[in-house]
Every structure is written in C-alpha cells, then in structure tokens.
Ligand binder design. Structure first.
Ligand code: ARG
Length: 587
C-alpha cells in the first residue's frame, strides 16, 4: 500500500493506547492533539477528561505520560500548564515518514483515499450562450475546477455539469433575426477564433435587439419563435444550435486561456432538461408540493417573505405555461439524483443566487428527491470587487470582459517574468507569462474563502512577495534549480541524521499535506490548501536560509537536505496542481 500513516496519526494512536492503559474511563477520550510551537504537538484533551471523571488534571496527565511509549516515534512527552501534554517526536520518525511519502510510486505522496467515497455532481463554469463571459463566471470556473480536482484526489467519483444558460425567451429574438438574415453567422475562415465567435454573436445580438425594440411585427414573430423552440420545431432547433455552437467556440477559447479542461460531454445546459420540465411540474403538483396560484404553479415557504410581508413563492411554471430557471434546476436535480446516482450535489454559484437555491433545494426535499442521504449544497461565492471596494466595473461603468482581464494579467506577469529572466527565450517568457498570470488570477481567487468578496488587484496578484502564486512558483523553481545543480548527487533520506529546528518544522508541515487535502476537500475549501502551501513555501525559505544544502557538512547531510528539497517540491507541485495552477521548472 502506498498510503502513508501521518506522524500526527501515529502520535494520536500512541496517546490513545496510553489513555486506555491509564484508566478504563479514559479509553476512547479524544486527546485533542494539535501542532504546537512549543513542542511539536500539544494535547489538551486531558482537561476535559479530568473534569468528566472528577480527577486532578495534572495528576491524570502525569499518569497518562507514564503510559506513553517513547522511542521510535515519540521522543519525549511532558505535562505542562494545568494538564496539557507537550509532545516531541524523534528526528528519525520525521525523516522516515517523509521517506515513505517519497517512495510512494503512485505520485500521491502517501495521501490516502477517503474511506467511503461517493458520487458528487459539481455544477460549475456555467456561462450563458450568446453572452460575453464576465468576472463572475471566473469565480465559478476557478473554484469549481479546484474543488473537482480536490474531490477526485480523495477518490470521490465526480461528475461535472456545466449548466450553461442556453434556453429562454431571448432565443426567440435571436433565432428569428438569424432566420431573416441567414448569413450573419457564416464564417469566412474554417478556423474561427473565440474572439471572432464572440464578436459575431455580439453584433447579432445588438442588431436583433434593435429590431425587436423598434419593429412591432418583428417582435410578434420573435415571440412566436420562442413557442416553436420550446415545442421542438426542427428548423428552429437547428438555428438555436448554431448559437450554441458559436458560443461554445468562444467558451472553449476562454477556458483554454484559463488553462482549464472543460469537456463537451459535461456541458449540459438548461436546454438539456427540456423534456423533463412538464413531468417535474406534474410530480410537484400531484404531490401537493406545488400549488396553482393565479394560474402559475408555485411553491410557498413559511420563512420566505417579500418586503410587503407577503410570501414570495418559487414559480415553477408561469401562468402563460412557460418554464423558467427553477423548473430547469428542479429537473436537473431529478436527473442528477436518479440518473447520475449522485449522493451530493454541489453548486458553485454566486452568493446572490442563494435564495433561488434555498427554495429549489427545499422544494426537492419536500418532493423526496433530496433527503438525509442525498444532499445539495451551494458553494456560494462572493463578489469580485475593484480596487475601490465596489463591484468590479470598467471606468465607463461596464462589466469587465473576462478575456480582457485575463490578457492584462498575462501581460503583467510576462513583464515580471522578463525582468527576472536570466536564460529564458522569448518563447519561454511568453509561456511562463501565461502560467504565472493565470496562476495569479486563480490563486487570488482561491486563497480567500469563497464566500467572501475579494478585490481584483493585479499589482498585488503578480507581486513576488507575499501570499501570491508567483511566490509559490518561484519557490518551486528555486528548488528545482538546486536539484539540477546537484547533478550526480542524488537526494536520499538519512533517518539516522539529527535535524535542525528549521528542518523539523519543514518536515512536520510536509507531513500535514494529507490532512490538509482531506479537510479542503471535505469542506470544499481550496483556501485551506492555499494557506498550507504558502506556509510550506515560507518554511522552506527559512530552511534554505539557515541550512546550506549543497554545501552541507557531510555527504549524508547533503543527500538528506536534497531529499527534503525534493519532497517540498513535489508537495508544492501536487498542491498547486490541485488548485489548477502550473509550476514551471524554471522561472
Ligand atoms: N448560468 C447561470 C449564470 O450565469 C449560472 C448557472 C448556475 N447553475 C445552476 N444550476 N443554476 O448566472
């Protein structure tokens, strides 16, 4: 088995055995172990246990200490304060633990899989057809991409769903216009770029809108088109497909720029549930979950009221028979639960849609589609703000186009790379610039907890100092350069060597990678992984400042320090990959 028991878990097991050996009532008590600055670990659980068993905490602690087996793993344990335990582990255990991780040939650094993986459907990266992608779509894509990677790394079966906005009344207008101006989406070249695709759509949208607003007869024809579309008229559907295809060319170009793999098969937009809408309504109405109110099919909630105190319903079907966003989402839940067999539905969507999801999830619960075993969660994210702390807008007050933003990030990052570059070709600078720029944007998003708003500040994002991806990428590249310089001298673990304080701190932090990944995955919290990696890079920096690597005193020490460097590099690389960020070998 490639999975490695963490040092923390070994210490935990030692304490558990000591507790059982102490008194019968102590067996199974949680020692509340955590990393500590004073010793390697501190256990605070004896206090609660003493209170429960009416024992003197210091005496009880001393008794537990007498039962702790020291030697291989635990170097020393002593009572401190009112009854805490301070625990130090052996240098040998630290190195041996890392050596086991290093030897894991699956490349997982000994990180175990979750005990009972399930199936999670992740709904993320869901732009809208015939519309420009903006900075809000960035967050869903970046957070969703990292969360799916984290979940898959723990062994979860992940199904991706890109719930694109590809259905609705505006398509009547667009289709009717295209039908009357059939060559507007024709391409001069076989190879259409994303930019071209978007500007075609943009032009068409504006022209259609203009006609719609000025020509009553066109308006009527456009409205009729919506009905044709929903009824599945083949000609209308074919026109609609053109919009979807053209938009996908654009979406894929943006996702490629974001260095993100989005598969066509996972794009199941609102239209994908069209055939289920009528049945969803029937099921809700028959079960009494939804009721007719002024012709519309509605679901009411006790706690959801408008400013006038009147209940605000979730409208599943409008009085004119049309279906909206809620009907689609409710049908998607049925599909994901009963067809995809998911036990968790995760929605990476803007916090401003929280009320919608609250009502949709509650409706699905009442209908029995969600329950204690099959749950739905909105991973709600906050707003991207400008430097002024207001929602991010252009100087003209327009929403910022995502592509422009990404291009600017890449430009800035390329300038930083160029400035530091010593032996990089122009081509390499361009490639690194993209990896650093996109990494910077992703990291800025992922390093704050998703529900918080954050300021989009490119100067800060590409800064070499501080909590940025560039800092982490440089740390990685620096280690790789040391390993290259070592040439013939290979990294090798030397468990018999004594470690310095900086080496111990680095080693213990490396041991915590598995626990961090597990926590970040379970809580859908990539920011915890980002914080871990930042600390890892900082601990590496102090190790590197204090401990000569290639000039260490003995060949054994050189090998062991190179080994520490390499485990750090691998952990950084793996961790960054889980955030969707590249780690170039040279910068
Ligand atoms: N397309 C929507 C938007 O741009 C997001 C879709 C979210 N997912 C969902 N299942 N409703 O706001």
């Amino acid at each position: 088995m490639a999975s490695v028991t963490s040092l923390t878990d070994s210490v935990q097991q030692h304490l558990a055995s000591a507790l059982s050996a102490t008194r019968p009532e102590a067996a199974g008590a949680d020692p509340l172990l955590r990393r500590s600055d004073r010793a390697d670990y501190q256990a605070n659980g004896i206090l609660a246990l003493a209170k429960k068993t009416k024992a003197n905490p210091r005496e009880l602690a001393a008794e537990v200490v007498s039962h702790v087996v020291t030697g291989d793993v635990i170097q020393d344990v002593e009572v401190s304060g009112p009854g805490f335990l301070n625990i130090t582990v052996t240098d040998r255990a630290i190195t041996a633990n890392l050596a086991a991780r290093y030897a894991d040939d699956t490349g997982r650094l000994g990180v175990p899989y979750a005990d009972a993986p399930g199936t999670t459907v992740v709904d993320y990266a869901q732009p809208n057809v015939a519309k420009e992608m903006h900075v809000g779509h960035l967050r869903s894509a970046v957070i969703g991409d990292s969360v799916t990677k984290l979940l898959e790394f723990t062994g979860e079966n992940v199904v991706r769903r890109h719930h694109i906005g590809d259905w609705g009344t505006q398509f009547g207008m667009l289709i009717q216009y295209l039908d009357e101006h059939p060559h507007e989406l024709d391409h001069k070249n076989a190879q259409v770029t994303g930019e071209e695709a978007m500007s075609n759509l943009d032009r068409l949208y504006k022209a259609a809108r203009k006609l719609f607003d000025s020509d009553e007869e066109f308006k009527t024809r456009a409205r009729r088109r919506v009905v044709d579309l929903q009824a599945g008229d083949p000609h209308t559907l074919a026109m609609w497909q053109k919009f979807v295809d053209e938009s996908k060319i654009y979406f894929f170009s943006v996702f490629e720029k974001l260095d993100m793999e989005i598969r066509d098969a996972d794009i199941v937009g609102e239209s994908g549930y069209n055939d289920m809408l009528a049945e969803t309504c029937r099921l809700l109405e028959e079960s009494g979950v939804a009721v007719r109110s002024e012709g519309a099919l509605c679901v009411f909630f006790d706690d959801i009221k408008g400013p006038d105190g009147k209940p605000v319903p979730l409208i599943v079907q409008k009085s004119d028979g049309g279906y909206g966003y809620a009907a689609t989402d409710l049908s998607a839940i049925r599909d994901r639960v009963f067809h995809l067999k998911a036990d968790t539905l995760l929605y990476v969507v803007d916090a401003r849609q929280a009320l919608h999801f609250k009502m949709v999830f509650e409706t699905a619960r009442r209908a029995g589609w969600l329950n204690d075993d099959v749950t739905a969660v909105q991973l709600a994210f906050g707003t991207v703000l400008g430097k002024d702390g207001k929602p991010f807008k252009t100087r003209a007050g327009e929403t910022v186009r995502l592509v422009d933003l990404l291009d600017e990030a890449i430009d800035r990052a390329s300038a930083v790379v160029r400035e530091k570059a010593q032996d990089l070709s122009e081509e390499e600078i361009a490639e690194r610039g993209a990896q650093v720029g996109i990494g910077a944007v992703k990291y800025a998003d992922l390093s704050t907890s998703a529900n918080r708003d954050y300021k989009f500040d490119l100067d800060q994002m590409v800064s070499l100092n501080g909590d940025t991806s560039v800092y982490l990428q440089y740390a990685y590249a620096r280690i790789r350069s040391i390993l290259r310089k070592a040439g013939e001298v290979r990294p090798a673990a030397r468990p018999e060597l004594a470690l310095t304080a900086a080496e111990r701190a680095l080693g213990l932090h490396l041991d915590a990678f598995a626990a961090t990944v597990a926590e970040a995955a379970a809580e859908y919290a990539p920011h915890k992984l980002a914080a871990y990696l930042y600390q890892l890079a900082s601990l590496y920096t102090s190790f590197y400042d204090k401990c000569p690597v290639l000039k260490a005193e003995t060949p054994e020490q050189v090998a062991n320090r190179l080994f520490l460097c390499d485990v750090t590099a691998r952990t950084l690389r793996q961790g960054m990959a889980l955030l969707g960020i590249r780690t170039p070998e040279r910068l």
